[in-house]
Write a protein that binds this ligand. Sequence first.
Ligand code: NAD
Ligand code: DAU
Length: 375
Amino acid sequence: MKRSIIITGGAGFIGSHVVRLFVNKYPDYKVINLDKLTYAGNLDNLKDIEDKPNYKFVKMDICDFDGVLKLMQDEKVDGIIHLAAESHVDRSIKDPFTFAQTNVMGTLSLLQAAKCYWDGNWEGKRFYHISTDEVYGALEMTNPEGIKPPFTTKASSGEHHLAYGSKFFTEDLKYQPHSPYSASKASSDHFVRAFHDTYGMPTIVTNCSNNYGPYQFPEKLIPLFINNIRHRKPLPVYGKGENVRDWLFVEDHARAIDLIFHQGKIAETYNIGGFNEWKNIDIIKVLINTVDRLLGRKEGEDMDLITYVTDRAGHDLRYAIDSTKLQRELGWEPSLQFEEGIEKTVRWYLDHQDWVDNVTSGEYQKYYDSMYKNR
Ligand code: NAD
Ligand code: DAU
């Protein structure tokens, strides 16, 4: 094998797309999916590639320093793409300790294991840390009606083509995280950079905007709402639904990760996004119309499911990524228009009700736990 890499969190939403891309595209790489299989990890996400000879799953906690070090030694690992994390803001508000443990201590444990194994032989090695735009805090909404954004990408080339302020998250902005989740991700980013600056480890950090697409755990806005619309359950819109997020199709994020892992400059940070800002309420209306249409209902007949509820504590108002550095330096661009991506995503969830039911019932977890115990 030409390379041996660990992808952490490969059984989760984004991680499973990254694992699939690498296993299919690089038959001469050994791709090791290291995942603890928390409630968010699901091996069903990888059924189509699980028997490929260049793929291996290892059930492990990233906080298990000895286990990670031994795995790196046994498999002669030369690259790590680190996605494993607790990722849901609402959970972090209820249980910040778990977020500090996994996101901060887990990242530190991985870094330390890589440092011990690579032992200063940095040639050909890479530690790539996947982070979030939430570390930059929230942007002001200076144009609530929307203005023309400075750039158009394929993602934002549809009818809705708006920015809600003139400022964007650029790589040089100072970190101002607000939620326990984003504070834990910010802290892990700092540790990664510290390992470069202190020990010379070849690290890269990327900060991406909101992802959507197949295999996202249905506690996040888009899959939760698609499922609720299908079952005609209330749609809990936080606050006034005016908060803005910048949406990217998950496969476009996975393509960016592939490009940056291979061609990104050591010690650099790249922001990933598609200049594709949407107010939550506008996305929710698109989701209702799309689900209604695809289920043969009258388009918009489920608008009355919208239920305004108490706002999320510390709810960030607006996220908007400036990804011109990545476009300019490495030539990455989103490949999918948002409206096409949403249609594809809604279809996927409607066609995969079994997946949604398994994930939400927790049955998949028991099944795989017993399966791996017996191996
Ligand atoms: P996810 O919650 O769907 O998946 C996380 C995965 O990590 C799961 O498979 C889980 O089992 C695994 N995991 C959790 N704790 C672990 C531990 N201690 N040891 C080993 N594995 C563990 O998350 P996601 O949405 O796919 O996000 C992946 C990464 O991308 C995260 O680091 C997140 O911060 C970042 N990110 C996410 C988004 C987004 O919109 N979802 C955007 C930007 C960045
Ligand atoms: O920006 C990148 C981040 O995007 C990632 O780092 C996180 O891992 C990912 O979870 C996501 O964070 P958000 O908090 O933006 O995503 P979420 O899907 O939870 O919420 C999107 C928006 O919708 C947000 O403004 C809160 C709102 N919302 C969410 C839920 C779950 C609601 O109004 N109602 C809901 O029930």
